[in-house]
Write a protein that binds this ligand. Structure first.
Ligand code: RIB
Length: 292
């Protein structure tokens, strides 16, 4: 089995549900306040680990209780956290999440995630071998994420970018990306599919929410549906898709099978509250709606 190196964020998620998004100056009564584990990097690590992947997480947390809990949660999922650095003078990243009808709006305070360095990336890559998978997102400094993609590509890893939240600066590094996994908004903000291919990316998988997902390369575009579910909370569904897909590829699955499995895992994640907490294990995914 190939290793999965995940370079990304670790956050504490503070979420609350509301009937709608309040207007400026408006105070609204909400419900279901929750403090839970999150961060796009950590969520993707949990997803790949819960499927049985060999995952090494690289990132930064603050020297606070939130950081310690996040590390414990990651370890419980089976993720190797030796490359998560605790930073004395920073707070762990925090995401404030407003849920309306299961859909989320997120405000992120990066905290320690902003301190991720090239040296952190170099250190985790020392443990990587040719053919391993390298999965990363954009909640850390873009130049460090870009540097990591370059180093990983030069070392012969398969590089996968989840460009979330979208940031135009990352387009400079597209030549080092084998596969990109945006959602529809991110794809649009990055200039559309054609531009991705012109800049050197070979494959794109765009997640389309309840409409499933789309695979594209320079020759073909193919849409796939997803299982329709009663949505409780979509937070972390995209991360479940990305982490599960990497997990399946690392086990040697074909891309088509890996996408189908990842989509099933992401649909299942939408039926539970929270980000990392909602991510299913391999047994849960396999046992869920076997007929699908
Ligand atoms: O993708 C969902 C994640 O985005 C949340 O867990 C939150 O931490 C933000 O980073």
């Amino acid at each position: 089995m190939k290793k999965i190196i995940i370079v990304g964020s670790l956050n504490t998620d503070i979420s609350i549900s509301a009937p709608y998004c309040p207007k400026e100056g408006e105070t609204l009564t909400g419900s279901d306040f929750m403090v839970s584990f999150g961060g796009k990097g950590a969520n993707q690590a949990v997803a790949a680990s819960r499927l049985g992947g060999h995952v090494l997480m690289c990132g930064c947390v603050g020297a606070d209780e939130f950081g310690k809990s996040l590390l414990a949660n990651l370890q419980e999922s089976g993720t190797d956290v030796r490359h998560v650095r605790e930073i004395a003078d920073s707070q762990t990243g925090t995401a404030v999440i407003l849920l309306t009808g299961g859909e989320n709006r997120i405000i992120l305070e990066k905290g320690a995630n902003a301190k991720l360095s090239k040296e952190d990336v170099d250190a985790v890559l020392l443990e990587a071998e040719e053919g391993d998978l390298y999965l990363t997102q954009l909640e850390n400094p873009v130049e460090v994420i870009g540097y990591g993609l370059k180093q990983a590509k030069e070392k012969g890893l398969v590089t996968i970018l989840n460009p979330a939240p979208a940031n135009q600066e990352i387009t400079k590094y597209f030549q080092y990306v084998d596969m990109i996994m945006p959602n529809e908004n991110e794809l649009q903000l990055l200039g559309g599919k054609q531009l991705l291919f012109e800049k050197g990316i070979k494959k794109a998988i765009t997640t389309l929410g309840s409409n499933g997902y789309e695979y594209s390369d320079e020759k073909i575009t193919k849409r796939f549906p997803c299982i329709s579910v009663n949505v409780v909370d979509t937070t972390g569904a995209g991360d479940t898709f990305c982490g599960s897909l990497a997990g399946e590829l690392a086990r040697g699955s074909s891309l088509e099978k890996a996408m189908a499995f990842a989509s099933k895992a992401a649909s299942l994640a939408c039926t539970h509250k929270g980000a990392a907490d909602s991510i299913p294990s391999r047994n849960e995914v396999e046992a869920w709606r076997e007929e699908w």
